[in-house]
Design a protein around this ligand. Sequence first.
Ligand SMILES: [Mg+2]
Length: 248
Amino acid sequence: MPYRAVLFDLFDTLVRFDRDRLPTTEIGGRVVRTTARHLHDVLREHAPTVTLEALYAALQESWREAERLRGVDHREVTALARFAHLLRCCGLDPGDVPAALVSRMLDAHRRELSKAAEFPAHHGPLLTDLARGHRLAVVSNFDYTPTARGLLETAGVMDLFTAVVVSDEVGWRKPALPIFETALRRVGVRPEEALFVGDRADIDVVGAQRAGMHAVWINPERAPLPPGLDPPEFEIRDLDELRGILPT
Ligand SMILES: [Mg+2]
């Protein structure tokens, strides 16, 4: 059966994320890549005694805790929840911190992360061609929906997607089923009518297959399939190879 829809992972599938493009900051005599200084510039208006070093440690701790919780059952920890934990780690009561200030911190974080993301030029024409004969959607594990949408808007491809489904709003992360089911429902196709494209065999391929879809694994480094996983229906090194799988 020809595919009617193509669902894409976002990071390292549609956009490349390069940690080396995050801002640098000196913390305790060490140069690190982090958004901590930008967050600190905002937070110190409210809490001038919180040092950059303390905020950096809190940011790291809030990330570790969010990853721990996500690992338990694939429930997403939203950026808002993570930042509340960050504020507690700084010795602050999140309830005392003005919501507008927290939202400016989230914004600063989003802005700096977005600068580290790159949309490869050849992905635009590919998506435009695919959109002529297929419904397109994005299904992303990410804790802040505005960042995901902003990247697609900046790339000028937002209008090509029928749905943009982010774990932040669904509450579940891939490979859990609900985020795939939400995407299929919003796109309006059955699983067997959809092809899922992603770079993580253990998250994208496994989840999509469990949801009843065929999967394309983007594997630029030709890494071996992690043990115990069923092979994807297709394996490619670059997104443009979708032209050989789907009519464009
Ligand atoms: Mg990815």
